[in-house]
Design a protein around this ligand. Structure first.
Ligand code: CP3
Length: 346
């Protein structure tokens, strides 16, 4: 496995590799963007995908939470939907509505429009951004690369927009399973090449976001999600530590640990002790502060963050939220969460 020996703060990577650390590392999912005034200013000038495609802007946004909030890891500023774009689908981000794919995949004819791209041709802007970010970070903290899990990407590619239930995406899988598996395998092949490219460009670890994994039964999670995540983790195993975050899919934590992932994300609906019992002892657990709890008064955030640390116990824990930070979180509340973890002593 390639390791960056110049990292001054290596808490995250050490924790993922099961090595002892002086204290628990902390970062926040979706920490780049949304709630930071410095980011919102940039949003007035550039469209979302412009921000993703311009390496200088992506670099600036990636570094903001490191400089402003003091997290122990940077996460690349990009989006999971750049992969469906690279696979030939049009993806827009519509104000107040979210992702919008005008021509989603519903039939075998639609699937003919989708292809496994050369990631070095279609997504080279991401690799350029990573190189620039690594240079600007100058070893301060590790850089996390990421991709969406094939199931979560299928949800958007078939439904065409966000949804609470992703009923059309599930219907597609249940009515046309052969088409669904063809699409899932194409996404998987693209994602493996994409994440390998991210690591080659300098990403120190990678996270797979399966935001909609919890919409599937345990059995269907194996069929439509985990078998593809397993392929990705296996392919990346020799390259960099991997973190799998499948929101709501905690009943499969044991199976997720068995993929060989170095870390597993959990949301706030499962107790840390229960998650540990399901996941076993070998894997790091990441999470699981309720993102909305950051709306509480600061003393409550401090108290509950300390309680969270106690519940996870010392070691093999990466402090994080149980899902992405919300746009309406005051920056000093986010900072209080991060500082509480950094100041906690066992
Ligand atoms: C499901 C999903 C998406 N994108 C992502 C997921 C998985 C994680 C999760 O469940 O929260 C992942 C993502 N999206 C973004 C990042 C950047 C890195 C980070 O800060 O963690 C990451 C890791 C930037 C973004 N991606 C998006 C924004 C907001 C748009 C804007 O700033 O104009 C940002 C900062 C747009 C986006 N992109 C997506 C949605 C649903 C939306 C709209 C609503 C929203 O989440 O704000 C798809």
């Amino acid at each position: 496995m390639k390791k960056d020996a110049t990292l001054k703060n290596n808490l995250l990577i050490k924790t993922l590799l099961g090595e002892p650390v002086e204290r628990t590392p902390v970062w926040m999912m979706r920490q780049a963007g949304r709630y930071l005034p410095e980011y919102i200013k940039l949003r007035e000038k550039y469209s979302f995908f412009e921000r993703c495609q311009n390496p200088e802007l992506a670099c600036e946004i990636t570094l903001q939470p490191v400089d402003i909030v003091g997290v122990d890891a940077a996460i690349l500023f990009s989006d999971i939907l750049v992969v469906p774009q690279a696979m030939g689908l049009e993806v827009q981000l519509v104000e107040k509505m979210g992702p919008w794919l005008p021509a989603p995949v519903k039939t075998s004819d639609d699937l003919n429009r989708v292809f496994v791209p050369d990631v070095h041709e279609k997504l080279s802007y991401v690799f350029e951004a990573i190189k620039l970010i690594k240079q600007e970070l100058n070893g301060r903290v590790p850089l996390i690369g990421f991709a969406g899990a094939p199931w979560t990407l299928l949800c958007y590619m078939v439904q065409g927009k966000g949804s609470k239930t992703f009923d059309e995406a599930k219907g597609f899988c249940y009515q046309q399973p052969a088409l669904a598996h063809t699409l899932l395998q194409m996404i998987t092949d693209t994602t493996i090449a994409y994440l390998k490219g991210q690591v080659a460009a300098g990403a120190d670890a990678v996270q797979i976001f399966d935001s909609w994994g919890g919409l599937l039964s345990k059995q269907d999670f194996e069929i439509f999600s985990l078998q593809y995540i397993r392929q990705i983790v296996q392919a990346l195993k020799e390259e960099a530590p991997t973190i799998v975050f499948a929101k709501g899919a905690w009943s499969s934590l044991g199976e997720m640990a068995a993929t060989g992932a170095h870390g597993l994300g959990i949301d706030w609906c499962i107790e840390p002790q229960a998650a540990r019992a399901l996941a076993g002892d070998s894997v790091a657990l990441q999470g699981n502060f309720d993102p909305a709890k950051l709306l509480s008064p600061i003393p409550v955030i401090q108290k509950e963050a300390r309680e969270m640390l106690q519940k996870f116990g010392r070691g093999r824990h990466i402090a994080n939220l149980g899902h992405g930070i919300l746009p309406n979180i005051p920056v000093d509340h986010a900072k209080a969460f991060v500082d509480t973890v950094k100041e906690y002593s066992w």
